[in-house]
Design a protein around this ligand. Structure first.
Ligand SMILES: [Zn+2]
Ligand SMILES: [Zn+2]
Ligand SMILES: [Zn+2]
Ligand SMILES: [Zn+2]
Ligand SMILES: [Zn+2]
Ligand SMILES: [Zn+2]
Length: 492
C-alpha cells in the first residue's frame, strides 16, 4: 500500500538501511543487529565479526581503512534506529504476514506505540479493557499512511542493560561518561559522591537530543554547501571534458585544412618541377635530333662522293676518269672544307638540385605548426612581489606556475597580468604587464609606476595565452617617497 503523496521507496529503504550489504539478511535485534563503521556503512554483527579478523580492515563498500583495538567488534556502535524503520516498512508492506508480537496466536491488525509491538484483534480488545494497558496508544494497520513522518510511531524504547526495566531516559554529560543512562544508573552511579570518583553531570535525554540534533543539522548545512560546490565543480569538469573534445575536433579540422592547402602547394611545386624538367628534355631532344639529321645528311653526302669515285675508277677508263677528275677533286675539296660539328650541340644534363629538401625540409616540416597547452593549475600559482612599491623606482614580480600536483610546467605560455586599484568603492584597472619566461614555469617582469594618483594595488588577474587564468588579491602599497628624493637629487 504505497500512498501517492509519500516519497517512500520501500525497496530502496530496505536495500539501503534494513539489510546487511554482505549477507543480504534483514537486520534484527539479535545476532544480525546492525553495527555502524566510521564511514557510516552498516553491517550485521555476524558479518562484521567475520570481516574484522585483523586489527586493520577495509569497509567492503567504500574500501576505507580502519584500525580496531583488540579486534573488538563491540567498539562500533549498534544502530537501534533500524528496528523502528524495519517495523515501519513492515507496516507499509503486506500486513497479512505480520504475527501478533504479544500473544503470537493470530495475525496483527494494529500497533501499540507503548508496547512497541504489532498486536492482534484479541490483544487489541485487551488494550481497551485491561488496566495494565491503560493510556496505551494503539493505531490500526489498515489506514496506516506510508510516509516518513510516521516513522516515530514505531520508535522502540532503549532499555538499560544493567536495569532492563528502565528506559534510557537520561544522559550523563560527565567528560568520561557521555552516554544515555536510566534513572537507576542516574541515582546509583552518576551522582558526584566520593565513591563514584568521577565528574558526572546528569541531564534529561530530550534536551541533549535536541542539542545534538541541532549541532548535527548545522554541520549538515555546512557539508551540504560543500556538496553544492562539488556539484558545481563536477558540472565544470564535465564542461571541460566536453569542450576538450570540441576543441580537439576543431583543431583536427583546422590542421586537416591547412595541411590540405600545404599538400596542394607541394603538389603544385612537384608538378612545376616535373614540367620544367620535361620541357628542358624536349628542347634538348629537339636540338639533338635536328643535329643528328644534319650529321646523317653529311655522312650520306660524303658516302655518295666516295661511291662516285669508286665507280669512276672501277672501269679503268683513263681518259674518261681524267675528264671528271677535276670536278671530283673540287667536290672532295669542298666536302673537306665544309665545317662539321665535332660534338653534340647539347648534353643530356638536367639537374635536379634538392636545395632545402632532405634534412632542411625535414626540419622545416617538423617546425610547421605547434600543438601546445598548459597544465598550469591556478591554486598552485606562486607569486613573489614587494609589499611596497616606490613610485618611479623599478620593482620586480615573479609568477611560478605548477600543475595540480605541484609539478613543473615545461610548455611556454604568454603571460600577462592586469592590475587593479580600489579607490573608495570601485575597482579600477590601472594597467597591464607582460611577463618573460625564465624557464620551468617561472615568469618575471619588472616595471615602474609613474602615475601619481595610484596609491595601492589590490587585485591582479593573471592571463595565460590571452585567457583569464587566476585572480590574486594583493596588498601592495604604492608610496610617493622617492619622488621627493628624486627632486632633491636634481637640485644638487
Ligand atoms: Zn551480514
Ligand atoms: Zn564504508
Ligand atoms: Zn495477540
Ligand atoms: Zn500497549
Ligand atoms: Zn541503568
Ligand atoms: Zn556519568
Amino acid at each position: 500500500m504505497e500512498s501517492s503523496d509519500s516519497n517512500v521507496d520501500i525497496e530502496d529503504l530496505q536495500r539501503r538501511f534494513l539489510e546487511c550489504p554482505v549477507c543480504f539478511n534483514l537486520f534484527n535485534n539479535n545476532d544480525r543487529h546492525p553495527r555502524v563503521l566510521p564511514c557510516l556503512h552498516s553491517y550485521c554483527y555476524v558479518c562484521l565479526q567475520q570481516l574484522i579478523q585483523e586489527s586493520q580492515f577495509n569497509c567492503p563498500l567504500c574500501k576505507s581503512d580502519f584500525y580496531v583495538n583488540n579486534i573488538n567488534v563491540d567498539l562500533f556502535p549498534k544502530d537501534n534506529t533500524r528496528r523502528d524503520l524495519l517495523d515501519f516498512v513492515r507496516a507499509g508492506g503486506d500486513t497479512s504476514v505480520i504475527q501478533c508480537e504479544e500473544c503470537r496466536n493470530d495475525r496483527a491488525i494494529s500497533r501499540c506505540k507503548d508496547c512497541h509491538k504489532f498486536i492482534c484483534r484479541t490483544c487489541c480488545t485487551a488494550h481497551e479493557t485491561m488496566q495494565t494497558f491503560h493510556g496505551h496508544s494503539v493505531f490500526g494497520l489498515d489506514d496506516f499512511q506510508l510516509s516518513m513522518d510516521q516513522v516515530p510511531k514505531f520508535r522502540h524504547s532503549l532499555m538499560c542493560k544493567k536495569h532492563p526495566k528502565y528506559e534510557l531516559n537520561f544522559f550523563c554529560d560527565g567528560p568520561e561518561c557521555q552516554k544515555p543512562i536510566c534513572l537507576t544508573c542516574c541515582l546509583c552511579f552518576h551522582t558526584n559522591r566520593p565513591e563514584n570518583n568521577q565528574n558526572h553531570i546528569t541531564r534529561e535525554i530530550e534536551a541533549v537530543y535536541h542539542e545534538k540534533v541541532e549541532k548535527m543539522q548545522n554541520k549538515k548545512v555546512k557539508i551540504n554547501k560543500t556538496e553544492q560546490e562539488l556539484v558545481v565543480l563536477s558540472k565544470n569538469i564535465n564542461e571541460q571534458i566536453d569542450k576538450l573534445a570540441l576543441n580537439n575536433e576543431n583543431i583536427t579540422q583546422e590542421i586537416e585544412a591547412i595541411f590540405g592547402v600545404a599538400a596542394d602547394m607541394l603538389q603544385r611545386r612537384k608538378d612545376a618541377l616535373i614540367a620544367t624538367a620535361e620541357k628542358l628534355k624536349t628542347d634538348k631532344e629537339t636540338l639533338l635530333i635536328k643535329q643528328e639529321i644534319e650529321v646523317k645528311s653529311s655522312i650520306s653526302t660524303i658516302r655518295d662522293a666516295c661511291t662516285f669515285i669508286d665507280q669512276t675508277i672501277a672501269s679503268e677508263n683513263q681518259p674518261a676518269f681524267i675528264l671528271l677528275s677535276e670536278t671530283i677533286s673540287d667536290r672532295l675539296g669542298y666536302l673537306q672544307d665544309t665545317h662539321y660539328d665535332k660534338q653534340p650541340r647539347d648534353s643530356n644534363l638536367i639537374l635536379f638540385s634538392k636545395t632545402n629538401l632532405g634534412a632542411d625540409f625535414q626540419r622545416f616540416v617538423d617546425s610547421v605548426g605547434n600543438i601546445s597547452s598548459s597544465v598550469a593549475y591556478g591554486p598552485n600559482t606562486k607569486l613573489t612581489y614587494p609589499l611596497e612599491i616606490e613610485k618611479g623606482k623599478e620593482f620586480e614580480m615573479m609568477i611560478e606556475f605548477f600543475n595540480y600536483d605541484n609539478g613543473q610546467i615545461e610548455d611556454e605560455m604568454t603571460v600577462t597580468a592586469i592590475f587593479f586599484e580600489t579607490p573608495e568603492s570601485s575597482l579600477t584597472s590601472i594597467g597591464e604587464l607582460s611577463f618573460s619566461h625564465r624557464g620551468n614555469g617561472k615568469y618575471q617582469t619588472s616595471s615602474i609606476i609613474t602615475d601619481t594618483s595610484i596609491t595601492k594595488l589590490t587585485k591582479m588577474i593573471v592571463q595565460t595565452n590571452s585567457e583569464d587564468f587566476y585572480t590574486v588579491d594583493l596588498e601592495i602599497a604604492v608610496s610617493k617617497g622617492l619622488e621627493e628624493d628624486y627632486a632633491k637629487d636634481l637640485i644638487y
